[in-house]
Design a protein around this ligand. Structure first.
Ligand SMILES: NC(=O)c1ccc[n+]([C@@H]2O[C@H](COP(=O)([O-])OP(=O)(O)OC[C@H]3O[C@@H](n4cnc5c(N)ncnc54)[C@H](OP(=O)(O)O)[C@@H]3O)[C@@H](O)[C@H]2O)c1
Length: 252
């Protein structure tokens, strides 16, 4: 089965590198117009230029709702539709016990990861998808499905993204489908501290014996965004090389 998205337009937040860039490249290769979003113009422009026609970019912080509305309007002016929204950008400014997180970093994490997902979806929905239909894919995390030390507060916002996905799916059907992916450890800058110094050890503990690549997640996002997933909404697909099902005694 080949997924084709010719004539569709997708907005991808956090598209300058990692999972967002891989997703933007795959959506574009599938025929979609792509609008790339991140905070820094230089790298973003480079990705857009490397894609060529049908690719554009808009500099925005996803935690800023006015930027979301401007990006949506710019996309509609340029491409005429917003059929797909990928809420991928996220932040994790704190590592440690949630008993010690300061309020400003807690608020920033909620603002970008949770409120960002909400306001970009609201903007796409009210400006286009409510009338014309569409598909939203939110990038959560396996951390939103489990409890772990160190990135606990970030994980709280990812749990919220999973619940937002379910709530939105219930409210936005039948014209709009909303799903999420929950990646495990993926080889990107975001998670470097978790894999860089001990990649082989981390990989050896996974049923599939390797750390994920951005493309592993991008392929699932593109599937969920496409009509191939036309009867799926409100779901969160775990993409983790089996990390969530490691037996308690470990892999032998
Ligand atoms: N890597 C993993 O192991 C892993 C696991 C589970 C879930 N995830 C999730 O996967 C998603 C992508 O992460 P990644 O690993 O691909 O990260 P990454 O390689 O660090 O890329 C993050 C992207 O988001 C952009 N970004 C960050 N903060 C932003 C903001 N406030 N507004 C707009 N853009 C922003 C960055 O560009 P600028 O700096 O230019 O803004 C960049 O394009 C995130 O939702 C993350 O929580 C990742």
């Amino acid at each position: 089965m080949e997924i084709r998205l010719d004539g569709k337009t997708a907005i991808i937040t956090g598209a300058s590198r990692g999972i967002g860039e891989a997703t933007a490249r795959l959506l574009h290769a599938s025929g979609a117009n792509v609008m790339l979003i991140s905070r820094k113009s230089e790298v973003l422009e480079g990705v857009a230029k490397s894609l060529g026609e049908r690719a554009s970019y808009f500099v925005a912080n996803v935690g800023d709702s006015e930027s979301a509305r401007n990006a949506i309007e710019t996309t509609l002016d340029k491409f005429g539709s917003i059929d797909i929204l990928i809420n991928n950008a996220a932040t994790n400014p704190y590592f440690g016990s949630i008993m010690e997180i300061d309020e400003s970093r807690a608020i920033k994490t909620v603002q970008v990861n949770q409120i960002g997902t909400l306001v970009w979806t609201q903007a796409a929905y009210s400006s286009y998808m409510k009338e014309n239909g569409g598909s939203v894919v939110n990038v959560a995390s396996v951390g939103g499905l489990s409890v772990e030390w160190g990135i606990g507060f970030y994980n709280v916002t990812k749990a919220a993204v999973i619940r937002l996905t379910e709530q939105m799916a219930g409210e936005m059907g039948p014209k709009v489908r909303v799903n999420a992916v929950a990646p495990g450890l993926i080889k990107t800058k975001f998670a470097k501290a978790l894999w860089e110094s001990n990649e082989d050890i981390v990989a050896s503990k996974l049923p599939l014996r390797r750390i994920g690549e951005p493309d592993d997640v991008a392929k699932v996002i593109v599937f969920l965004a496409s009509e191939a997933a036309g009867w799926i909404t409100g779901s969160t697909v775990v993409v983790d090389g089996g990390a969530m099902v490691v037996p308690s005694g470990g892999i032998t």
